[in-house]
Design a protein around this ligand. Structure first.
Ligand code: GCU
Length: 466
């Protein structure tokens, strides 16, 4: 007699809901289903059985890939009940052990992986000894969707050509940008649920000169990789919307872009917003880009350089309080000796900014020391101010004296726990200003939530690439 105890079958299929390569949160489908084929008995008394036997489930996979298969079983004997595990007719585990679990009521799970196809697949557990298989409860089935990849050669190309003369590319080739600023590759990335994503660009740059790209306005460096056949990656963290997201990577220097192989998009912000410590760890060494140095106050000597990192510049200084802009109880001629009813940058309605309300920071006016305008920095650029283990995302909102550095609005100081009083507030040291380069601007400039949102993405990109 051959019988096999099957104590109910539940199939759980976890999948990425995917139409073309689209990304979404995993969707779990649960279904009760009997095995399609069963050579044994379906019992509910937890007893064993004798003779060889098998059970086969038909499962559905949303995509081709590697499935994780979990088989729940009980074996109340002390003797192994080996079985072949067969997926789509191929033995993927021969005489796989189903050892004693201690009791027929004690269930254990065996997990294995196997290649599966899109659509229907069969999973058979087929006993290889006369004792038959263990009692089988259910099968968990999950296929991770392949990570969506977008080949550059299939994207929209402006001023560039598809080539394949340097080995190591994926797909059928790569894009060789023209050696021209403004040349670009634009991908269309379909997303089913909005969220934070990591965009990884695979590239080669056989020169020793950086080939920066503006990725939807975020400045990203693509430094030399050693050879045109040596491929590396750079990542950008970005919020994407549901629907098609155009991702344009535009060369910003005369050298043009690097050779671009593909874009890979994964869900998640690559670790979320960085902490103050994670950001500070990236700004310990200064590669000075200013011609000279700045003072923190009119009476101090010039000791503060502007330093260059990948995608950002930074300085470490004090904080003076800017109370300029529209008149408020906090900021006016009486509270501030040097009150100016205007700021260099204006709101979306062309008003001066509100220093008491909006966290903004102040960049030195252009001079021979340094000119922010040559570094893809302007009104609405996001600036992370790091102080006392906190990160505050602000915007460039004003320009200040041309030889003094380290200034932020009343609201910036207040948010960081610094005395915001324009006459006696501020702090003498310990403030890091990290200014993210690129054409992307906070819009409208007076929306602090937008600054924080964009700042967190830029900060994650900064940590990825430095
Ligand atoms: C070389 C190289 C190209 C590359 C080009 C460049 O010609 O073979 O693949 O794109 O340099 O400078 O961009």
């Amino acid at each position: 007699m051959k019988k096999l105890a099957i104590l109910g079958v539940a199939l759980m299929v976890t999948t990425f809901l995917q139409a073309a390569p689209a990304l979404a949160a995993p969707v779990r489908y649960e279904a009760e289903a009997a095995p399609a084929v069963c050579n044994g008995t379906i019992d509910s008394n937890h007893t064993g059985f004798s003779g060889t036997g098998f059970a086969e489930w038909t499962v559905n996979a949303a995509s081709t890939g590697t499935a994780t298969i979990g088989i729940r079983y009980a074996n109340g004997t002390t003797t192994n009940r080996p079985a072949d595990i067969v997926v789509n007719g191929t033995v993927v585990q021969a005489a796989s052990a189903f050892n004693g679990t201690g009791a027929w009521t004690t269930w254990a799970s065996k997990t294995l992986t196997a290649p599966v196809n899109t659509g229907s697949n069969t999973i058979r557990v087929s006993a290889t000894t006369a004792s038959g298989p263990a009692n089988l409860d259910f099968v968990d089935f999950e296929v991770a969707a392949p990570t969506p990849e977008f080949q550059a050669e299939n994207a929209t190309i402006s001023q560039g050509v598809v080539e394949s003369n340097h080995a190591g590319f994926t797909g059928t080739g790569f894009v060789n940008y023209d050696n021209a600023s403004g040349s670009y590759v634009e991908f269309s990335v379909p997303i089913t649920a909005a969220g934070s994503f990591t965009l990884e660009f695979r590239y080669a740059n056989g020169t020793t000169t950086n080939r920066p790209l503006s990725v939807n306005g975020t400045a990203v460096d693509f430094p030399g990789t050693g050879a045109w056949t040596t491929w590396q990656t750079r990542s950008v963290t970005m919020n994407l919307q549901s629907g098609n997201n155009p991702i344009r990577a535009t060369a910003t220097t005369a050298g043009g872009g690097p050779n671009l192989d593909k874009l890979t998009v994964t869900m998640g912000g690559g670790g979320g917003a960085p902490t103050a410590a994670q950001l500070l760890a990236k700004v310990t060494a200064c590669s000075q880009i200013s011609n000279g140095r700045y003072s923190t106050d009119s009476e101090t000597s010039a000791t503060i350089p502007v330093c260059q990192k990948s995608g950002a510049v930074f300085w470490k200084a004090d904080m003076d309080i800017d109370c300029d802009g529209i008149r408020t109880t906090q900021c006016n001629e009486n509270t501030d000796c040097c009150f100016l009813p205007d700021t260099f940058c204006h709101s979306s309605t062309d008003q001066a900014l509100n220093a008491a309300q909006l966290p903004y920071m102040v960049v030195p006016s252009p001079s021979s020391i340094w000119d922010y305008r040559n570094f893809q920095i302007g009104c609405g650029t996001v600036v992370a101010i790091i102080f006392n283990n906190q990160v505050l995302y602000t915007v460039m909102g004003d320009t200040g004296p041309s030889s003094i550095i380290g200034e932020a609005s009343y609201a910036s100081a207040a948010a960081l726990g610094i005395n915001p009083d324009p006459s006696n507030g501020g702090t003498d040291s310990g403030v890091t200003y990290l200014v993210f380069q690129g054409s992307q601007r906070v819009s409208p400039i007076e929306n602090h939530n937008n600054a924080t949102n964009l700042g967190e993405q830029l900060a994650r990109t900064f940590v990825n690439n430095n």
